[in-house]
Design a protein around this ligand. Structure first.
Ligand code: SF4
Length: 358
């Protein structure tokens, strides 16, 4: 566990719940509670009592997605958090996402059901490492993916999402050197799309996406010759997909590089135009739940069914119950860090529609 993810003491009072007696912390995650109707009603009751809104990322467990008031990508959810009248934001996702919600809504109480939910990609670069990289490249401008900690965002010139990374880089003068972090696959995608050779890319990666490899993709695409392919640009197979399409192994019109939000939009289009088609999806498997709900007759299958983020899955039904009862784990960002981090996010939004990130 990243030490920066330690839970803060709650500023909220504890609420009563009979069901809470069953919650246990074992095997590194909260358990002991079944996500049945009684649980669902208790979660709704506690959320009402706290005037809390429950937000769930697309990679959450299906039962968490279904109980949430809103499900979506990290930035979309942070914007909902900023606009809601609720006093408390319960962010069912990983820690940097809850931090982003806090950065954009500093006056609200932001809770994450388990502060141990980190992110291997966000952990790929620390603020100290970025500061050192900047010192070695004093004239360069820093572009960071939203999957970064608040401390890294505070040292960033412009943030980006997977939807707008190319546009963000294109908005920067061509002769300006850029430090792109932390994801090497997204960085390679940006380099390829912009044709620029003055982008230095940090060698970070998400262990889940990196494990969806090109060999597996080629094999699955061959087995399912009529399928379309939805690929998240963070995937290890993203470069391979472009390469295979370029050399004709996979027809280019079958491949779409999409953020999670864009995948949903495409699923809705398929529902109208090609409801019985098959789509291979290269991203975390939690995304399939939303895609199948959006287009029930389309056959969505994972490229790799082992691509499950263990951090995301720390947010269990028991963890959500604990969160609402105890008012924990509270996410805080120091105001001076939040101000700088917010500026890097707002610069991105000023460039154009950020679409969705992860
Ligand atoms: S899937 Fe990867 S990038 Fe996303 S939260 Fe998990 S570890 Fe981080």
């Amino acid at each position: 566990m990243n030490t920066s993810l330690a839970a803060n003491a709650s500023s909220l009072p504890r609420l009563e719940s009979d069901l809470y007696a069953s919650v246990v912390d074992k095997d590194g995650r909260y358990g002991g509670v079944i996500a049945d109707e009684r649980w669902a009603q208790e979660i709704k009751r506690l959320a009402r009592e706290r005037n809390a809104v429950i937000l769930a990322h697309n990679y959450q467990l299906p039962e968490i997605q279904d109980i949430a008031d809103y499900t979506g990508d990290s930035l979309g959810l942070s914007r909902i958090a900023a606009e809601t009248d609720a006093d408390v934001i319960v962010f069912c996702g990983v820690h940097f996402m809850a931090e982003t919600a806090k950065i954009l809504s500093p006056e609200k109480t932001v809770l994450i059901p388990d502060a141990r939910a980190g992110c291997s990609l966000a952990d790929s670069i620390t603020a100290d490492e970025l500061a050192e990289w900047k010192a070695e490249n004093p004239d360069a401008l820093v572009v960071s993916y939203v999957n970064t900690t608040a401390d890294v965002k505070a040292l960033t010139d412009i943030c980006c999402t997977s939807s707008n990374a190319v546009d963000v880089v294109k908005s920067i003068p061509e002769d300006q050197e850029i430090l792109f972090n932390p994801d090497q696959f997204l960085g390679a995608h940006v380099r390829r799309e912009t044709g620029r050779d003055n982008i230095k890319v940090w060698a970070g990666e998400c262990h889940v996406h990196a494990n969806i490899n090109g060999e597996e993709l080629a094999h699955r695409a061959e087995e399912n010759a009529d399928s379309q392919l939805f690929i998240h640009p963070e995937c290890g197979c993203a470069n391979s997909a472009i390469y295979l399409a370029g050399e004709g192994t996979i027809e280019p019109e079958r491949v779409q590089m999409l953020s999670t939000g864009e995948m949903l939009t495409e699923a809705q289009k398929l529902k109208e135009n090609k409801p019985n088609g098959k789509v291979l999806v290269a991203t975390e498997v939690g995304m399939l739940h939303q895609l199948r709900k959006a287009a029930p007759d389309v056959d969505f299958e994972p490229v790799n069914d082992r691509a499950s983020c263990s951090y995301m899955k720390l947010i269990t039904p028991a963890a959500l119950l604990r969160c609402l009862v105890e008012g924990t784990d509270e996410v805080d960002v120091a105001p001076e860090v939040a101000d700088k981090a917010r500026a890097s996010v707002e610069r991105m939004i000023a460039i154009g529609n950020p679409g969705g990130g992860e």
